[in-house]
Design a protein around this ligand. Sequence first.
Ligand code: NAG
Ligand code: NAG
Length: 187
Amino acid sequence: MNRFSQGASLLILVILLAHSVDIEAQSCRPSGKIRGKKPPPGKCNKENDSECCVEGKLYNTYDCSPAVSSHTKAFLTLNSFQRGGDGGGPAECDGKFHNDSNPIVALSSGWFNKRHRCFHRITISANGHSVAARVVDECDSTLGCDDNHDYQPPCDNNIVDASKAVWEALRVPRRDWGFMEITWSEA
Ligand SMILES: *[C@@H]1O[C@H](CO)[C@@H](O)[C@H](O)[C@H]1NC(C)=O
Ligand SMILES: *[C@@H]1O[C@H](CO)[C@@H](O)[C@H](O)[C@H]1NC(C)=O
């Protein structure tokens, strides 16, 4: 190969790489933005590292989530599905509160797919361990910063928001509960 064709091949490779990164980034783009409202006194339970909306801050909303595969990458967060917990209202799938001793999760809106994943079992893997968990709720990526969402920002589009039973089953030490990279698939 001469210098010119080497250069040309490299250029083509760089263009192809940039293109595939671009496609990845475009696969689920924000559907809108909402402006944060300050939580009224007594609202937004900050326990378990819940984030509260900041007045005037812009938050992305998403109607979509990344494509589901046999090892879908996601972030695991901690949620309480019990009455008075930081999950806000009752679960979206059945309008009920649930005992956090059960391995249950809320999924970002795109994955929740308008209740189509309600009560499905998903397998969550991380840390060399796996757990089967049931989908009972939505981690709303389309709305937030209102009373219905306890003045928390909209969820990212790649969240599995899990009860403590899930964290326990994955053998994550208590001090590390809150935010962790995982993969999941339909069980
Ligand atoms: C915080 O998490 C723990 C463990 O899941 C739970 O028992 C507690 O109710 C949670 N607190 C709130 C306010 O959700
Ligand atoms: C949740 O289930 C556990 C284990 O079955 C039980 O000990 C606990 O009292 C239950 N909590 C609530 C709030 O129902």
